[in-house]
Write a protein that binds this ligand. Structure first.
Ligand SMILES: [Zn+2]
Length: 228
């Protein structure tokens, strides 16, 4: 981490409410990493969709109606984004990708090719179902850039995003049943990605995410240091 010009990658994997977005923002700020979010990659692609491009229009329709975008396309777009950032010499932190084994398999090869296996750090933000449900029952994000507003006492009464001053909205899908389903989807679809990394010889950095933001961040920094 101390070598200024070394390109590296951090991948944060954890259930909804584990603070991936928050920790990714903090890491991005501290180390000058690009925070790569698949939702933003998708938005960027469909925002200026050519009216002649039926495939993109269909993806735009899915996006606007809240349906999942085609995994094959999302994976390709993310891989293209990785190539683009690698060419610019940027380091990356991922907070919502890979979400599935399918995404991971494509992304890992591209990341290893562009960054080298030894420069890829995989962090598991461990949080049980109870914690995930509790955190998500009041999940808030900012209007302008969708910065997650952490669900901690120090943020309880704020009305503006600390980063850009925009208003704060509550995500409507976060009712109890939805949150429980999302946790199960995480266990089934995303958590196996950690096993895939292990099978490929990575050491997973295990972090207890059921702690205050600053403590989680401190644990991450310590573990990243230990590795170098
Ligand atoms: Zn914001």
């Amino acid at each position: 981490m101390s070598e200024e010009n070394k390109k590296w990658v951090v991948i944060l994997i954890g259930p909804p409410g584990s603070g991936k977005g928050t920790q990714a923002e903090m890491l991005a700020e501290k180390f000058g990493l690009v925070h790569l979010e698949s939702s933003k990659v998708i938005e960027e692609k469909i925002k200026n969709a050519d009216p002649e491009n039926q495939t993109l229009l269909e993806e735009k329709r899915k996006w606007e109606s809240g349906q999942l975008n085609t995994p094959k396309l999302v994976r390709r777009w993310i891989i293209e984004k990785i190539e683009e950032l690698a060419l610019l010499g940027k380091s990356i932190v991922f907070s919502g990708s890979p979400r599935t084994i399918f995404e991971a398999e494509g992304e890992i090869s591209e990341l290893e090719r562009s960054y080298g296996k030894e420069n890829i750090k995989v962090i598991h933000l461990d949080l049980g179902e109870h914690g995930s449900v509790k955190r998500n029952s009041s999940r808030r994000i900012c209007e302008k850039n969708r910065h997650p507003i952490p669900n901690f006492p120090e943020y309880e009464n704020i009305t503006q995003c600390p980063k850009d001053g925009s208003g704060i909205i509550r995500r409507v899908l976060d009712n109890l049943e939805t949150v429980k389903v999302r946790y199960q989807v995480y266990l089934k679809e995303t958590k196996p990605v950690l096993d895939l990394f292990e099978d490929k010889g990575y050491r997973i950095i295990e972090i207890n995410a059921d702690q205050f933001i600053e403590k989680v961040f401190k644990d991450i920094l310590e573990q990243l240091d230990d590795k170098n």
